[in-house]
Structure formats: C-alpha cells, structure tokens
Design a protein around this ligand. Structure first.
Ligand code: HEC
Ligand code: HEC
Length: 256
C-alpha cells in the first residue's frame, strides 16, 4: 500500500508543481508585466510575447535574466527583487505565452507594403535603410509592437504616445517632442526637437531640415507635449488598406 502511495505522489507531484507555477506566474505577470506586454502577452508598449522565439530570451537562463534585471536602457524597468521561486514561475508562464499564437492579423503584408509606399510614410520613417528619420525607424517594429498598438499609432497617433514610460526603446521620453518656434524676425518653424541646452535649441522640420536657434532670438518656443507630428491618417487610410498596412508593419522583424 505504501509503495502505491509513493508511486502515485511521484507521478502526480511534478505536474501539480508545474500548474502551481503557471498560476503563480500568471498572477505575477498580470500584476507587473501586463501593463506593457498585454494581459495575454499580446504586446503594447512592450513587445508581443506570443512568439515562438524571443530574441532577447532564447533560453530560460536569458529569460530569467531579462525578468530579474529588466532591460532598463531599452524601456523595460527592473521591477523589483524577485525570489528564485517567483522567477521560476514567471519563466514558466512567459514560456506558455510563447506557445499561444499571436492574434491573427487580417490583411495582406504584400498589399500593405504598397499602401506604405504610396502613403508617404517613408518621408518620416526608415525601413531597411530607406526613408527619412523624423519619426522612429520601423524596420523591426513588428517584433516590438502588437497589431493593435500599430493600428492605433496610425489612426490615432497622439493616443499611442508614451503613457508614462519610454516610448521608444533606447531613447528618452521626449525623443519626438514636437515644438513650434517663432523668431523675433518672424520666421516660424514646426518640427521635432533634436537637441536643447540652456542657450540653444535644434529643431528638425518635416522636410528633414535642421534648424538651430539661439533662445534669445526667439519670440515663441512652444513644446507640444502629448502631441504627435504624425499626420492624422484616419480619413486617408481606412478599411482593408489599413488592415493591409498593419499586417505589413506587423511582419517586419518577426522571426517565423
Ligand atoms: C514599462 C514597460 C514594461 C514592463 C512593466 C515590463 N516590460 Fe518586458 N519589455 C518592455 C520593453 C520595452 C521591452 C523591449 C526591450 C527591447 O527593446 O529589447 C521588453 C522586453 C521583454 C522581454 C524580451 C522579449 C524579446 O523579444 O526578447 C521579455 C521576455 C519581457 N520583456 C518580459 C517581461 C516580464 C516577465 C515583465 C514583468 C515582470 C515585464 N517584461 C515588464 C517593457 C516592459
Ligand atoms: C510627418 C512625419 C510622419 C509621417 C508622414 C508618418 N509618420 Fe509615423 N511617426 C512620426 C513620428 C514623429 C512618430 C513618433 C511618435 C509620434 O509622434 O506619434 C511616428 C510614429 C509612428 C509609429 C509608432 C512607432 C512605435 O514604435 O511606437 C508607427 C507604427 C508609424 N508612425 C507608422 C506610420 C505610417 C504607416 C505612416 C504612413 C501611413 C506614417 N507613420 C507617416 C512621423 C510621421
């Protein structure tokens, strides 16, 4: 009888422990990670985790290090000190997310590429080395941003702006701060702040032209926090064109 009990508990215990870890990991994830990675890991400000291969966490050791230390210079904070049990539970849970297929993106990436090309996006964005750099580079954007986020960034740019965290991995919070300056001579320039110190400010306009001003020469200097220089594309791009565009961007940088 005793033998049977031992056998049963041996057989059942590993499975129970695994499920316990999964549930514990899920609770921790919901509390600390979901605001950036989405409740089901579908992504948002942080990358989509419903991918079979995570570039920064190819094995469990690397994944443990990412969760333990964060990736502070790329917009993922170190959250707090975790116990080994907690770390293990989160690794188990994040691995389970990568087995969840990401949301299916309706639309055709090929057609979306054509929409991208004819919509003037490349005047401000670089993909594979081509385009202007007023806005962020989009080459690998599909690996970092979920489809919903990308859709919102296109149709409602100001709403997709940073919500209290770094918007663009590796860059400062105000990397794409729109500014408007008017010089005492009456010259007006609207663009993105590239640099600023106590005495001068450098602004890049929509034609990618760089302007440098001495602050004493300015009549007006407005910083439009919370605004976006992205044109409002809601009316220009809609329906299947929008689906195709989102499908195209979602495919960029994704390892299948
Ligand atoms: C404030 C937002 C934020 C929070 C909170 C956050 N992350 Fe992240 N996470 C990010 C960003 C941004 C990246 C992408 C960094 C980069 O550019 O590689 C990232 C990357 C990752 C990666 C690597 C993905 C890959 O493609 O290799 C994993 C895994 C991860 N996070 C897990 C977690 C877990 C687990 C938690 C909770 C303990 C968490 N994150 C909390 C923003 C966040
Ligand atoms: C006049 C310049 C300009 C044009 C044209 C433009 N964008 Fe942008 N875009 C920006 C700027 C600046 C940002 C940075 C955040 C913000 O201000 O919204 C941005 C942000 C984005 C983001 C969010 C990236 C991220 O990682 O969060 C996406 C996606 C995007 N643009 C796609 C597009 C697409 C698709 C088009 C063409 C239909 C387009 N943009 C046209 C300037 C532009």
């Amino acid at each position: 009888m005793r033998h049977v009990l031992v056998l049963i508990s041996l057989a059942v215990f590993p499975l129970a422990a695994q499920n316990g870890d999964l549930e514990k990991g899920r609770q921790l994830f919901l509390g600390m990670c979901s605001r950036c990675h989405g409740a089901e890991g579908g992504g948002g400000e942080g990358p989509n985790l419903n991918r079979p291969v995570l570039s920064r966490a190819p094995d469990d050791q690397a994944l443990t290090a990412v969760i333990r230390d964060g990736i502070p210079d790329r917009g993922m904070p170190r959250i707090r000190r975790f116990t080994d049990t907690e770390l293990h539970a989160m690794v188990v849970y994040v691995r389970s997310l990568s087995r969840t297929a990401g949301a299916v993106v309706a639309g055709s990436p090929e057609k979306g590429k054509a929409v991208y090309q004819r919509s003037g996006c490349s005047s401000c964005h670089i993909i594979d080395g081509e385009g202007g750099n007023l806005g962020p580079e989009l080459s690998g954007v599909g690996a970092h941003r979920a489809a919903d986020y990308l859709r919102q960034a296109i149709v409602e740019p100001a709403a997709a702006l940073p919500r209290g965290v770094m918007p663009f991995p590796g860059r400062g919070l105000n990397e794409f701060l729109p500014v408007r300056v008017v010089t005492r001579g009456g010259q007006e320039v609207t663009g993105i702040r590239v640099n600023e110190d106590s005495f001068t400010i450098q602004v890049k306009d929509a034609n990618n032209q760089l302007h440098s001003f001495r602050k004493t020469d300015l009549q007006t200097l407005e910083k439009e926090t919370g605004k976006s220089l992205m044109p409002d594309l809601r009316t220009t791009i809609s329906g299947t064109d929008l689906d195709d565009l989102v499908a195209y961007l979602s495919s960029l940088g994704v390892v299948k």
